[in-house]
Write a protein that binds this ligand. Sequence first.
Ligand code: LHQ
Length: 264
Amino acid sequence: MSDSDSILLTLSEGVLEITLNRPERLNAFNDEMHLALRAAFQRAHDEAEVRCVLLTGAGRGFCAGQDLGDRDPRKMDGPPDLGHTLETFYNPTLRLIRALEKPVIAAVNGVAAGAGANIALACDIVFAAKSARFIQAFSKIGLSPDAGGSWSLSRLLGEARAKGLALTAEPLGAEQAEAWGLIWKAVEDAELMAVARAQAATFASGPTRGLGLTKMSIQAAATNSFDAQLDVERDNQRIAGRSEDYAEGVIAFFDKRTPEFKGK
Ligand code: LHQ
């Protein structure tokens, strides 16, 4: 279904499953994979049939960040402009993930390093296999965090742990990541995809508008005052209250039956 082998795409029952697919490089990003991933999230934005996104990696890794073979200083004329790389390739995708008014699940199946870790952390719900590790690898090669990592780590963990992970580049195991509140759940390796897909199926048959607005409200809270946030909640509830799914949810409650949400 994809026009690129560097990611695999399936759309089934409202779930767009995206698999990063360069397993021999632990799914490190080359330019082709960047563009394919961005196109997949754009599709999730554009197509109403997509009601949830599930992002995972092929093979034993989730994603090892940038393919360093593509950024080898020995093959370059002078110092590279990595800011250009971020602005061209990473940042548009990260902005799409955060702006997508549908739940995005990451199923971190193995090591997630550098920008690979931080793309996972930009997702809304992160499941990780117990054997998975999150590594802020940047400091090992003379870089500083990117792909939203400085933002996500600081907000999710606070400054002490954010600095600890980013400065030392020590791997953080999935169970510790859950205990620290960095991810939603660490699960047994063998159960990861079943657990993540079950959650994706639940979201994809859920009240898509309400779920999207929930995501937007929580994200807005990160920078809002209490007062401003009350306004956001008022505005979002106004929109949610006009959805067909809200009416269905309330009627189903009174009928004592399971609601049939249509995502409208
Ligand atoms: C890789 C990579 C990789 C190429 C494993 N590239 N081949 C943004 C702006 C622009 C430029 C710079 O970057 C960024 C953002 C970033 O993401 S910076 C951070 C880039 N990532 C890293 O520094 C992580 C590098 N990888 C590692 O430290 C290790 O591979 C980890 C800890 C992820 C996994 O270690 P192992 O489980 O021991 O696996 P491995 O090292 O043996 O890797 C398996 C293969 O994958 C190996 O190839 P080989 O041919 O020897 O089997 C690696 O060379 C290759 N690989 N990461 N990022």
